[in-house]
Ligand binder design. Sequence first.
Ligand SMILES: [Fe+2]
Ligand SMILES: [Fe+2]
Length: 329
Amino acid sequence: MQTQTLSSHAPAAYGNNSIAALAKMGEVWKERAQVKNEEFEVEMMYSDVYDDFLDRLIPFHQHPRYGELGDEMRTKILSSGWIAYNEKTIDIETKIISPICNEIIYGTLPGTHDETIKWLAAQTLTDEAYHVLMVINTARMARTQRGLLDLRLPSFDLVNKIELEAAKYSENWQKKIVRACACIVSEVFISDYLSLLSDADGVQPINRITTDAHRKDELAHSGIFRHLTKEIVRHLTPRELAFFAQMLPRPMRWFASQELSVWETILQQLDYEHTKEVIGDIRAEAEVALFRVDFSELIELAEETGLLDTPEGCDSFQAEGLLEKVTVQ
Ligand SMILES: [Fe+2]
Ligand SMILES: [Fe+2]
């Protein structure tokens, strides 16, 4: 990662628990990977009788104006919500996860020289490429069926925040840790994000089925990234470790963004007359909905890797609102 790293070029120890667990995960890939299954017949399964998305996933669904919507506008808002959900998924896969998988394949992150780790990163990269294809197929169907082919979304808060954070630091190893932490948090958290829709009744069946297929792969990725994180952390220098511990909880807040700028742009393009009022009211309430996010797995990971035993980790998890402040009597 950088020249002053003492141990980043040391091969990961064979026989350690994480490498053994990763090897087992690699062996079951061909049975569990969704890319090995028959492709979904999206066009055959799509039906415009169903809503494409859930009201409760629209950040302003509790606003009084939402109840006043006519059927046509409500349907377009829901389909736009599905398109945004998918485009955000594409960003997560291509801008957040895949670059880190490539770093691992090249062994340019600490603790990633092991061949088993590279094998798992290549499998993950294959999964993510397939997820992008699934997501593009289903979003394209909704765009075509609902007259939304021209809808254009701006970049997501999540991606903007990662870029802004990475730009704050001058050293390349710091930028890499910012991106690695965003990737780890995504992989630990994305199956929850997907289960918001995969568990929903009454929504477009193909949207639910493909999201559930994606979620199944992501449950495996969550385990993979937990072990990968342990390997990475084990190979950090004290200076890198302190920075990593400080950075790990931050992406949680970026994930919890309600993406109100994206929504404002969508509503403007749909010519919704109360855009300013609705977005203004929600923005005044909360841009970030941390209270809706379950971050218990991230805390578990921080505990397992010893990051919460470091003063930097402990302070940062508290400062981000993920841990209660412990007051010393
Ligand atoms: Fe994925
Ligand atoms: Fe993933």
